[in-house]
Structure formats: structure tokens, C-alpha cells
Ligand binder design. Structure first.
Ligand code: PLP
Ligand code: COI
Length: 342
């Protein structure tokens, strides 16, 4: 892999692709405790062939971004929330939790060491940060690893769904990504392996990705690819699904708060029936990678339901997008504790 060169990056045309940046953070868990970690230049991990991460999926990850502000500061959006969610994922897969303060410190050190790769303000691009914990070591029986690796690497990214703020279309999947009492609330690789086939199927039929329905009745909306769903009802309420098998999205909870407290909207988390899409005048997918991607329409059972428009973002989604990204890029005042500078 060729090391990335910041001088050769076309910041306005980045997709969502891996890039080998100069530095990443690495820490090992051995003898029952996390050892002191540090930055390294080696982008390859060397692990034993018996490692539970590669056989039984004992691993968890996170995703967050660093943003360059107009006055050239670099800031993170709610990294403490990612640290907490990673701890919850670790609890579900019997992995040792990585301390919150050390998580934030590791993220900051990676961003700082790779600061030339934080895209310029105004391009809309960001530095995507990927923390990861994997169970490693000699182990072939189905039991938790005794050793772990925590690593954090990063790369500059643009839009996750092609089109950015242009609406994209989705289709429902007949397959599930996670069960109600499974691992849907945890950010673990198995959920994403299970989503590869439905995603490929949706893309093969010309959609951006698929909408997952609840695994019990296949009736209520769960997720939109690797993002949460939200809809704006005809009487201007911000609604987002509630379910034991969706990822508690940090973007979603931020939007719930902003819709209520900054835009004065009524908000709710409730079951959203795929047969009742008519209640919405706008809909979107939200997440760290997806930011806010307006949903043009959703195909389900042979019917195609269009929300606001297949070509234009709706006014409420636009306002939510402007408020959220305004905070992330430092142009709009942030609620207390949401922003940390690097
Ligand atoms: N749902 C899934 C399945 C995801 O992978 C993500 C991405 O992290 C989200 C939702 C959005 O979560 P967040 O806003 O915390 O990035
Ligand atoms: C994120 O939004 O951070 C994600 O994890 C999505 C990922 C599957 C690319």
C-alpha cells in the first residue's frame, strides 16, 4: 500500500475510501490489563491465526470525524459518546473496555499526528476516524480471547452515499442484519458482514442501499444501510424508530436534541410502520459517515414511495443538516460538551 500524500489529495472529490496515513495508535491488552499504547507508522497488524476476532467475530469498532474550522482549528464531535458506545459493544462481546479518557486521548493523538490530512474548511470533507478492538492470540475454542488490540486509524473522506445532500433511493430487504436480542445495538463486525448481501442486492437493483425492517414482523423500519432513519411528519414532528436491534446513533440522538431545542420541533422515538410512510413529508438517513442523506423514495413490496422529492433536499432536512454540520465545523454554537478541540 502506498502511503498517502496530503499534497496530492483532491479534497473536493473524496469518496469513502481507505487511505494509508502516516500514523495510527496501537495498544495491547495482556495479562489482564491494557498496556500503555502509542503512535506507530505500520499500517499492518500481525496477529495469531487462532485469534477469535477472525474466527468468531470477537471485535467492535467505532466511527467519528475530525472537522477543520474556518479559523483553522481542528475539532471532534462528541468523541466521549463513541468511547461509551465502544464500551457497551465490548460488554456484549465479553471484551475488556477501553477507558473513555484514554480513548479520547488516542483519537486526539492520531488526528494531531495526521493533521495535514484533515481536509480544508469549505470542502465539506472530513477526517474519518476508525477506532477498533479485536480479540487476538492463540485460541481456537469458542471462548473470549485473553489478549486484545486497540487501534485507531484515520483517513480523509467525502460523501458516504453518492450525491451528498442530493436524495438517494432505497429498497427494503427481506433479510435481517441483527436479531432483537442479538447484537444490533452493538457496533460489531458481524452485523456488517450480515449486511453485505442485502446491500449488494439493493445496489444491483439500482438503489443506494437497503432499508432493514424489524426481524420479528418485517413491518417496522430499523436502519437505512449503515445509518439510522428519521422522518419529518406532515405536522412537522421529527420521528425516528425505536427498536432493540438498531445501533444507538450518536448523530440521531444529536438530531433529536437539535430538532427539539434549536428548531422547536416535536420529536419522538417510536415504531415506524413501513406501510405508513404517507405520514412523512421528508425522510433521511443519518450517521457519522452518512451525515444526513435525504431519502428520495423507498421501494417496498413492489410500490415506490417518494417523500419530498427525488432530486431536491426538503427544507427541514436542510435546516437540520445546516445546524448539525454548522456545529461540527464550528460555525454554529455547540451545546455544552459536544465539541472537543485537538
Ligand atoms: N446505524 C448503523 C448500522 C451504523 O453503522 C451507523 C454508523 O455508525 C449508524 C447507524 C449511525 O451511528 P452514528 O451516528 O453514531 O455514526
Ligand atoms: C459510520 O457511520 O461511522 C459507520 O460506521 C458506517 C460504516 C459502515 C462506513
Amino acid at each position: 500500500m502506498v502511503k498517502a500524500d496530503a499534497n496530492k489529495i483532491d479534497w473536493n472529490n473524496l469518496g469513502f475510501n481507505y487511505m494509508d496515513l502516516p500514523y495510527r495508535y496501537l495498544a495491547h491488552y495482556k495479562d489482564g490489563e491494557w498496556q500503555d499504547g502509542g503512535l506507530t507508522e505500520d499500517s499492518n497488524l500481525s496477529i495469531n491465526e487462532g485469534s477469535p476476532a477472525i474466527h468468531y467475530g470477537q471485535q467492535a469498532f467505532e466511527g467519528l470525524k475530525a472537522y477543520r474550522t474556518k479559523d483553522d482549528k481542528i475539532q471532534l464531535f462528541r468523541p466521549d459518546q463513541n468511547a461509551k458506545r465502544l464500551q457497551k459493544s465490548c460488554q456484549r462481546l465479553l471484551m475488556p473496555e477501553y477507558p473513555e479518557d484514554k480513548f479520547v486521548e488516542a483519537v486526539k493523538s492520531v488526528v494531531s499526528a495526521n493533521r495535514d490530512f484533515v481536509p480544508p474548511y469549505g470542502t465539506g470533507a472530513t477526517l474519518y476516524i476508525r477506532p477498533l478492538i479485536i480479540g487476538v492470540g492463540e485460541n481456537i475454542g469458542l471462548s473470549p480471547a485473553s489478549e486484545y488490540i486497540f487501534t485507531v486509524f484515520a483517513m480523509p473522506v467525502g460523501s458516504y452515499f453518492q450525491g451528498g445532500l442530493k436524495p438517494v433511493n432505497f429498497t427494503t430487504s427481506k433479510l435481517d442484519r441483527a436479531a432483537h436480542r442479538g447484537t444490533g445495538q452493538a457496533k460489531v463486525g458481524g452485523n456488517y458482514a450480515a449486511s453485505l448481501l442485502p446491500e449488494e442486492d439493493a445496489k444491483g437493483r439500482g438503489f443506494a442501499d437497503c432499508v432493514y425492517l424489524d426481524p420479528l414482523e418485517h413491518r417496522y423500519i430499523e436502519e437505512v444501510g449503515a445509518a439510522n432513519f428519521f422522518g419529518i411528519t406532515k405536522d412537522n414532528e421529527f420521528k425516528t424508530p425505536i427498536s432493540p436491534s438498531i445501533l444507538p446513533s450518536i448523530t440521531k440522538y444529536s438530531l433529536l436534541w437539535l430538532a427539539e431545542n434549536r428548531l422547536g420541533m416535536k420529536v419522538s422515538e417510536e415504531k415506524i410502520d413501513i406501510n405508513e410512510l404517507d405520514q412523512f413529508k421528508e425522510a433521511g438517513a443519518c450517521g457519522t459517515a452518512a451525515v444526513i442523506s435525504p431519502i428520495g423514495g423507498i421501494e417496498h413490496d413492489g410500490n415506490f414511495h417518494v417523500f419530498y422529492s427525488e432530486t431536491e433536499v426538503g427544507p427541514v432536512s436542510q435546516k437540520l443538516y445546516d445546524t448539525l454540520t454548522g456545529i461540527q465545523f464550528g460555525d454554529v454554537e455547540a451545546p455544552e460538551g459536544w465539541i472537543q478541540t485537538v
